[in-house]
Design a binder for this molecule. Structure first.
Ligand code: NAD
Length: 457
């Protein structure tokens, strides 16, 4: 919405949220306190806030004034009830639709921007149709058009993705509404990149796009384990297969497993949909993407324990990175959570560092496992932003997020501060083997064939 306001100065954009704290943070004079860290975002907020971009908790007023409402609320995986663990919880979408039904006036175009299961637009349409019928004889006659326009941005590159998207989708039946939304996108997006589909295709395309992206990561992660076992080198394999135009170079970086709020949730959603329609083989196929992802996280935690003489009890382990990837402060489903929890359960003392994540977020994530597991946490953790303090007397450094600042670290000098024998576990492949020569450090890297490298660098 910030990018939309930036590109369309004559459109007034009001962002409303039921979370007052979040709205206050969006309105904070200090732009360092924005709730989301995203390269380029601060500048856009600075340029547009309180000009044509407003942040407010006055939901009723904003809906009443709006010609177009984007529903962009959270759609997490259901925790209980039918479909728990798989289906999306649509209660926030439903309550948003009810708010629009209650507070709108005249004709309102409702754009479904949240990622939702196929046929959710129908739910929104049903709620709005009731309101349409009830308002027929009143002074405030209401009419609605529902469109689907899912969001494809990736955190960490969100601004660029929004400014130069590969495509945007508009799914719907009402040509006038489609044209209105299309005209907004056309202000900065070439018309050939604006794709028109029916509502259901639009909804399903979003789930499928995320499933395909996640599938590539699970594929390369699966091969990273095979590289380690055979002596092959994952970057060489990735380069070789990525050179094939049919495969392409992107999304072939092996890592500790994918995270973020979307991939797992959207695949679970797809799996649930397939099961619902009796397509069990299709459902099992996509679920494997998650099985491999969970396995990758577990195998990394387990090999760290194994290499540290089979025990990490009372050992200090420096964890570099807690966000699920670089350039975001988002920790949702970060592989760091599962790896940190596994190490804690094995008694490790973790020293966690991250340039953007705050300790209270880590606290929340590490204790979000079910209560039975929490009582099993045997180790301890603390947080520092100072990398030297982080590695001092550590038995191992585990690199979990590929922040630029970690690529620039002098790990050879860090190794002097560590307890011997010391280890580096590089799950993001950001360290060159040569930079460690003569350091006496032991080194494990994702997808690096163990047959080919010395035991000590
Ligand atoms: N985060 C991403 O990278 C990304 C990318 C593409 C699509 N999406 C999709 O966008 C949607 C939102 O994702 P997010 O990461 O921004 O979630 P989020 O949880 O960070 O934000 C959702 C916000 O909606 C607010 N909200 C809930 N109910 C509301 C209501 N009735 N009225 C007003 N505000 C309400 C919540 O308070 C919260 O601040 C999800 O469906 C997600 O799948 C996210």
């Amino acid at each position: 919405m910030a990018v939309l306001a930036d590109r369309c100065k004559e459109i007034k954009v009001t962002l409303v949220d039921i979370d007052e704290k979040r709205i206050n943070a969006w309105n904070d004079d200090d732009l360092g306190n924005l709730p989301v860290y995203e390269p380029g975002l601060k500048a856009i907020i600075r340029r547009n806030r309180n000009k044509n971009l407003f942040f407010s908790c006055e939901i009723a007023k904003a809906i009443k004034e709006a010609d177009m409402v984007f529903i962009s609320v959270n759609t997490p995986t259901k925790k209980s009830g039918f479909g728990a663990g798989y289906a999306s919880d649509l209660k926030w979408v439903e309550s948003s639709a009810r708010q629009v039904a209650d507070f709108s006036s005249g004709h309102t175009i409702v754009v479904e921007k949240s990622t939702v299961p196929v046929r959710t637009a129908e739910l929104i349409q049903d709620i709005l149709s009731d309101s349409e019928n009830n308002s027929r004889d009143s002074n405030n006659k209401k009419t609605f058009s529902v469109l689907s326009s899912p969001e494809f941005l990736a955190e960490g590159t969100a601004i660029n993705d929004l400014e130069n998207p590969d495509r945007v989708l508009i799914g719907g039946e009402d040509n006038d509404a489609i044209k209105s939304l299309g005209k907004i996108y056309e202000r900065w997006i070439p018309s050939e990149k604006i794709l028109f589909t029916n509502v259901w295709s639009s909804e399903l395309s979003k789930l499928t796009a995320n499933a395909f992206l996640a599938q590539r990561l699970s594929s390369i992660n699966a091969i990273s384990a095979l590289c380690e076992a055979t002596g092959a080198e994952i970057n060489e394999v990735a380069n070789a297969i990525g050179a094939d135009k049919r495969i392409g170079k992107k999304f072939l970086a092996a890592g500790p497993g994918f995270g973020g709020s979307c991939f797992q949730k959207d695949i679970l959603n797809l799996v649930y949909l397939c099961k619902y329609y009796g397509l069990d083989t299709v459902s099992n196929y996509w679920e494997q993407v998650l099985t491999v992802n969970n396995w990758q996280k577990e195998r990394i935690a387990s090999l760290i324990v194994e290499k540290l003489f089979g025990t990490v009890t009372n050992k200090k382990i420096a964890l570099f990175g807690f966000s699920f990837k670089a350039n975001t402060n988002d920790t949702r489903e970060s592989p760091s959570i599962s790896i940190a929890n596994d190490l804690l359960e094995n008694g490790a003392n973790l020293m966690i560092t991250d340039p953007q994540v705050l300790p209270h977020q880590i606290e929340k994530e590490l204790h979000s496992r079910d209560s039975e597991t929490i009582t099993d946490l045997k180790g301890s953790w603390s947080f520092t932003k100072n990398l030297e303090e982080c590695v001092k007397d550590a038995d191992a450094i585990v690199i979990l997020t590929s922040w630029k600042e970690y690529e620039e670290c002098d790990f050879r000098s860090y190794s002097k501060l560590m307890r011997k024998p010391s280890w580096i576990f590089d799950t993001r492949k950001i360290i060159s083997k040569d930079s460690l020569k003569g350091s006496g450090i032991k080194f494990w890297q994702i997808g690096m064939g163990t047959l080919n490298y010395p035991k000590v660098f």
